[in-house]
Design a protein around this ligand. Sequence first.
Ligand SMILES: C[S@@+](CC[C@H](N)C(=O)[O-])C[C@H]1O[C@@H](n2cnc3c(N)ncnc32)[C@H](O)[C@@H]1O
Length: 298
Amino acid sequence: MKFCYRNVAVGYNGAKLRSGPLEQVMTDLNPQAKQMADESMVRNLAAQARAIWPQEIPLLRRYALPAEPRILDAGCGTGEGSSRLAESFPGAQVLGVDIVDSHLELARRRYASLAPRLTFEHQSIFELKAADRSFDLAVCRHVLHSIPHADRVIAELARVTRRGGYLHLIPEDYGMLHFQRAALDPRDFWHEAPASFGESTGTDLFMGRHTFGILAALKMEEIKVDYVVVDTLRVPRETFAAILEAWRDGYAESIGELTPISRESAVAYFNQMIANVHDPQGYAVWMVPVVSARVPTS
Ligand SMILES: C[S@@+](CC[C@H](N)C(=O)[O-])C[C@H]1O[C@@H](n2cnc3c(N)ncnc32)[C@H](O)[C@@H]1O
């Protein structure tokens, strides 16, 4: 292992962590608030949508939706997904909700031409304002791995979705990224950083593999796990690299604070992975789980 360890009480396998700041973040329902509101996140969401949407839209088209579906985009960010949903389903009413006002304002400005079919509101996905069974489709992209108690949010999405309606989730899983080895071995980074970061923030950065069980416990029907493959063959290299650059710019500092990997070491790992993606002879892949289910009809 080539980590530059910091002198903090952070360890493997549930080892005791720093008490003060940890207790604080564990009670926080949005422990990544700083990163979510950062300009690097705005870039990241745009690059992720460019990378993922072309493979995601055929998955969305499988759902038996009415001609004028009511769609919720929970944790909509800057509206990358909400706007694409409104464009792809021209009869749809789409509501995007988030708790970062700057994202909501940007989304309203950017997609004004889709209003009033597309609207954005400040709401927490832990406690949505909608009545039970309000939506035909509840979408939640790139959120569940970044918050604690993701099971509560999934239950809340099921509450506001009508019987026979659908949940469409992208729960990220940081054990599903693979890069080539060079001076550093990225396997070391991905083995350590997400586990420690999740432990420090009370979140599950391996949500991708755990979402099926949550949906099954809620007795959802037709549960499916599909994958969007973001790799150097399917996605333009500069788009894939832009995601990694945004992660580096937005997360290296907190990786340095919350995990045994220093900020400098995190930057070095990200820079090597970015070089891997740019290398015309290089191959790298991020498998993005797309998990869907149907709310029981009775
Ligand atoms: C990585 S972004 C994903 C944005 C968008 N879904 C997309 O695909 O581009 C995660 C978003 O979830 C939002 N979020 C986190 N906790 C939330 C909560 N409790 N209620 C509403 N939104 C939340 C963040 O503010 C952030 O905008």
